[in-house]
Write a protein that binds this ligand. Structure first.
Ligand code: BES
Ligand code: ZN
Ligand code: ZN
Length: 471
């Protein structure tokens, strides 16, 4: 979709159809007609009046969520018609909501059609009319375009099938993103993992025909205000390994790379937005498979920091990959200000907080609160899950430093987070956040502006967190 700002009276803006946002039907020009059609100014309500060349969409409150959903609703409706251009009059009342309207439109129009034999995508021209086309509004528009593009890039990667997107492809995709954004790219294969004591990550990928890859992107602007490290779980497929997943649970496990994909696109966006921070993106790209060479329940693995892990379930593989990636990050990058990891880590997180919400964990209360606030402001849902001393004990192992699963089935998202805490060095304890995006990363039944498939969870909240740091 092409979106541009225009500064002229609406009649002079040429478009096939006008989108009218409405939260009070009394104020609508076509009030009578809307009432006849039983239109209510509610979220997701929408009525197309082709003869008047208008489409009305309702919104309940003037906030990001309501307006982004309204915008997506209108765009989806237009996509089902032959209209090729649309206009919106934002003058005065909705100008503060430009970001929500643009992101809603761009995220709402997204369709993944790469595997459809008939995959025509319609290009829509959207003119947004404002009272004064100033630099501030132009900047909001440009930023919203970059952020939406990053979310949609994540969705494209995650939606790509495991046959077409395995660790090497992930590394090549990262390389292309890095080139496009003008940032540094490094990749390490299994030899490197072996040589550097990254036995936990290396074991997970052993039965796969695809070589595991450790991807490292870095963006280093001049005089950075802080140093931030983003680490992502990039399981290009999670079959569960020898602790094989039941068939119904295996479907959608192409989405187990969502954290890693979010990290790659976020790095791309941060560079495009020229945020004043040194940012590193580290992704463990691995495929968890079965085979004669597979790692096994009963194996004991040694992670990069020397800690030993008893494997009791090969389906708890993400934490093993992240353990080594977190160590790599802290060994390679000194004086870190923030270290965040993103992972579709546990089904327990989805059970606990629902499929729309990210679980935020860590040791720093204020940082966790700020992360939740950034998420909510960015249009993502998130909540904190608290660690505690009793759950910590459930990770004990009789023969190794810890087990890769807890001895209790309760609190599984938290015990997974506490497992990761074993790989956060003392100096970084307060700087770390773990984002469990298992719920929102992949949408099975469309919601809001998310169609079926990958949602791009993690991207907007991270960018918002960094943007808030600048202020
Ligand atoms: N990738 C899964 C978690 C997951 C489940 C993500 C559902 C998205 C949707 C992870 O590797 C896993 O299998 N975790 C196990 C952990 C268990 C063995 C302790 C789980 O959640 O069942
Ligand atoms: Zn698993
Ligand atoms: Zn997994």
């Amino acid at each position: 979709m092409k979106i541009n700002l225009v500064e002229k009276s609406l009649e002079n803006v040429n478009a096939d159809i006008e989108i009218v946002f409405i939260n009070d039907i009394e104020k609508a020009e076509d009030k009578k007609l809307l009432e006849t059609l039983e239109f209510k100014a509610k979220d997701e309500s929408c009525v197309l009046l082709p003869e008047l060349q208008k489409i009305y969409v309702g919104f309940e409150e003037k906030n990001y969520d309501c307006l982004a959903i309204a915008s997506a609703t209108a765009i989806k409706k237009i996509q089902s018609t032959k209209f090729k251009s649309a206009k919106i009059n934002l003058c005065e009342t909705l100008e503060d909501n430009l970001k929500a309207i643009v992101e809603g439109a761009l995220l709402g129009e997204y369709k993944f059609t790469n595997y459809k034999s008939d995959s025509k995508k319609k290009k829509l021209d959207l003119s947004i009319m404002v009272s004064n086309k100033n630099n501030k509004l132009e900047k909001v528009l440009e930023e919203a375009k970059i952020i939406s593009k990053a979310v949609n890039k994540t969705r494209d990667m995650v939606n790509t099938t495991p046959a077409d997107f395995y660790p090497e492809v992930m590394a090549n995709t990262a390389k292309k993103l890095a080139k496009d954004a003008g940032i540094n790219f490094e990749v390490h294969g299994e030899k490197y993992l072996d040589k550097n004591g990254m036995n936990a990550m290396n074991s997970v990928g052993r039965a796969s025909i695809h070589e595991s890859k450790l991807i490292h992107l870095s963006y280093k602007p001049k005089e950075p205000k802080a140093k931030i490290v983003l680490v992502g779980k990039g399981l290009t497929y999670d079959s569960g390994g020898l602790s094989l997943k039941p068939s119904d649970f295996m479907v959608t496990m192409k989405s187990d790379k969502s954290g890693g994909c979010a990290v790659l696109s976020t790095l791309w966006a941060i560079a495009k937005l020229e945020l004043p921070f040194e940012v590193h993106g580290i992704v463990g790209a691995v495929e968890n498979m079965i085979g004669g060479d597979a790692y096994k329940p009963d194996d004991v693995l040694k992670a990069k920091n020397g800690k030993t892990i008893e494997v009791r379930n090969t389906d708890a593989e993400g934490r093993l990959v992240l353990a080594d990636c977190l160590c790599y990050a802290q060994d390679e990058i000194k004086d870190i200000d923030y270290i965040f990891d993103y992972a579709t880590l546990t089904g327990a997180c989805v059970v606990g907080v629902g499929e729309y919400t990210t679980g935020i964990m860590g040791n720093n209360e204020i940082l966790k609160r700020n992360a939740v606030l950034s998420a909510l402001k960015s249009g993502e849902l998130a909540t904190t899950l608290d660690f505690n001393r009793y759950l910590k004990k459930t990770l004990k192992s009789e023969i190794a430093d810890m087990s890769n699963i807890a001895s209790t089935r309760y609190g599984g998202a938290i015990t997974a987070g506490m497992f990761l805490d074993n790989f956060i060095y003392d100096e970084n304890k307060e700087k770390w956040i773990h984002f469990d995006i298992a719920g929102p990363a992949f949408v099975e039944k469309s919601w809001g502006y998310n169609p079926h498939g990958a949602s791009g969870a993690g991207v907007r909240m991270t960018i918002k967190f960094l943007q808030d740091l600048v202020k």
